[in-house]
Ligand binder design. Structure first.
Ligand code: S3P
Length: 178
């Protein structure tokens, strides 16, 4: 498998970090949200509106299950809610080394406040929603993660350096074990 998996709350930087990491490590990037949109031929906000969140969550589990059979040495960026399901956390663990990009609610809010593509944040008080969801989900993210990377106040190149160091260390472990 040997994949690098990026998890964390909406707006923590998974997509940007994933893209830059894919250039740096010369690995292809898979984004579970994009895979679902491709298969469904509609945007996530349309999926939520027409079929509801539970339907979307089942699609997420199906994508991760599919990747177990097909993804090797790739960068996989996963939707913010995917690690909440216990089954998904077990699947992520099988897929590779899991990095939690941990960000404070205020950082997230600044990044997503004008974004209309995330249905869960289209509410009256998005900052409160972000704080509540982060409080609920942080334990799940930590349970799923092999490595926690705090991102507040860091440049992308700093974050990439930290991830790369851990990827190299992880590969070193595999080599000495095998
Ligand atoms: C969600 C996060 C989104 C997307 C959907 C639900 C969540 O992905 O999967 O809107 O529950 O946190 P990003 O984390 O890539 O924004």
């Amino acid at each position: 498998m040997g994949n690098v998996i990026l998890i964390g709350f909406m707006g923590c930087g998974k997509s940007t970090v994933g893209l830059r990491l894919s250039y740096r490590l010369r690995r292809t990037l898979i984004d579970t949200d994009k895979e679902i949109e491709k298969e469904e031929r509609r945007a996530i906000s349309d999926i939520f509106a027409a079929d509801g969140e539970a339907y979307f969550r089942d699609r997420e589990t199906a994508i991760i299950q599919k990747l177990i059979n097909s993804a090797n040495n790739q960068i996989i960026s996963v939707g913010g809610g995917l690690p909440v399901r216990e089954k998904n956390r077990a699947l992520l663990h099988k897929l590779g080394q899991v990095f939690y990009l941990q960000a404070e609610a205020a950082t997230i809010y600044e990044r997503v406040k004008d974004d209309t593509t995330r249905p869960l944040l289209q509410v009256e008080e998005p900052l409160k929603r972000i704080e509540t969801l982060i409080r609920e989900r942080d334990p799940y993210y930590r349970a799923a993660a092999d490595v926690v990377i705090t991102v507040d106040g860091k440049s992308f190149s700093q974050i990439l350096d930290e991830i790369e160091e851990q990827v190299n260390a992880g590969e070193g472990n595999v080599a000495t074990e095998g």
